[in-house]
Design a protein around this ligand. Structure first.
Ligand SMILES: C[S@@+](CC[C@H](N)C(=O)[O-])C[C@H]1O[C@@H](n2cnc3c(N)ncnc32)[C@H](O)[C@@H]1O
Length: 317
């Protein structure tokens, strides 16, 4: 069964057949529009037929039995560079991703009980966190992400894990049909600041939950006790698509405005070069190139360096 057939089967099990048909058709269409899709598909067909399995070993996703010739496999896995979220070990090849995403998961894992839950992970990247969620007891995870490369990477990862209840839909949250909802938990990590309309995003997330369902929101903030925002005139930390950074007080206010309850901040961490850095699997600019070399508390543009919070909130019951 292909991975998109498996996505269809999972959607049809959890929802109506018509919704499964619609989402899967749009997913396939969006992937096929990317110019590199034929190259990625061809490379995927060359992946060796390893015994499938997966587990998290101290935060690293270890998938598939070790392949006998790791050199050629590592070269093939290079077709999907840049690898951003992990760490991963696929068929015995260690992929040192740009992000030590396991560190983010470690900061939040003890605060959420996912046992038996149906989870939506918005902006899931290659769906690394979906494996953490399954390992924490989630019944099934649907991620969504519009970046085709990350969906292609997810398919590579699934080649090594074998079938699992961690699915990734190639779509923006806004483009998913409203009927894809009634989730027990929704995660939005690293997405809010990419959205021009932050309130619309916080409302969209709420609309996907059952009454009483929980939100995990991870985002960039500004330091300070006051209620204000930074709207970068151009780039922020080399990123062109960062629209608004609120202080914690303003973020709490936004969540209240969007109708969330039981709002709490469970973590606040400055991003370090231990967590985000250039590696051979992500050889382009990373955090160190985004910071002012003389004043590491500032970005190159002179803004405060990245500081992230994790918020929990509930949809009213
Ligand atoms: C900074 S990455 C965060 C990835 C991961 N959630 C994490 O915390 O490491 C943001 C991701 O959100 C995706 N994204 C951007 N806009 C989106 C939208 N409107 N709906 C869903 N995903 C979106 C991007 O493609 C990207 O993979």
């Amino acid at each position: 069964m292909s991975i998109s057939d498996d996505l269809h089967r999972a959607l049809a099990t959890e929802y109506e057949q018509a919704l499964a048909d619609d989402v899967t058709e749009r997913h396939r269409d969006w992937l096929s529009r990317h110019g590199d899709w034929p190259r990625w598909r061809q490379a995927r067909e060359q992946l060796p037929a390893v015994d499938t399995c997966w587990q998290l070993q101290t935060g690293r996703l270890v998938a598939g039995a070790d392949w006998i010739s790791p050199g050629p496999l590592a070269q093939l896995l290079g077709e999907w560079i840049p690898w951003r979220k992990g760490p991963l070990r696929l068929g015995g090849v260690d992929i040192d991703t740009e992000w030590r995403s396991d560190l983010k998961w470690a900061r939040l894992a003890s605060h959420v009980d996912l046992a038996g839950e149906r989870v939506l992970d918005v902006g899931a990247g290659n769906a690394y966190f979906g494996w953490c969620m399954l390992a924490s007891g989630a019944r099934c995870v649907f991620g969504c992400d519009p970046t085709q490369l990350f969906v292609a990477q997810h398919e590579v990862i699934r080649h090594f894990t074998g079938p699992a209840a961690n699915h990734l839909i190639a779509a923006r949250l806004e483009d998913l049909p409203p009927a894809l909802g009634h989730f027990d938990r929704v995660f939005s990590m690293g997405v809010l600041y990419h959205r021009r309309d932050h309130l619309a995003h916080l409302e969209d997330l709420k609309a996907r939950l059952r009454p009483g369902g929980g939100l995990v929101l991870e985002t960039l903030i500004l330091d300070g006790p006051d209620d204000r925002v930074l709207v970068p005139a151009d780039r922020y930390a080399n990123m062109r698509n960062v629209h608004t950074l609120p202080t914690l007080a303003r973020l709490q206010h936004w969540l209240e405005q969007a109708g969330w309850e039981s709002i709490q901040c469970i973590d606040r961490t400055a991003t370090s070069e231990v967590e985000q850095r250039r590696t051979e699997w992500m050889p382009f600019h990373s955090l160190s190139e985004a910071l002012d070399p003389d004043q590491p508390g500032l970005t190159r543009e002179g803004h405060p360096a990245p500081l992230r919070v994790i918020m929990l909130a509930r949809k009213p019951g």
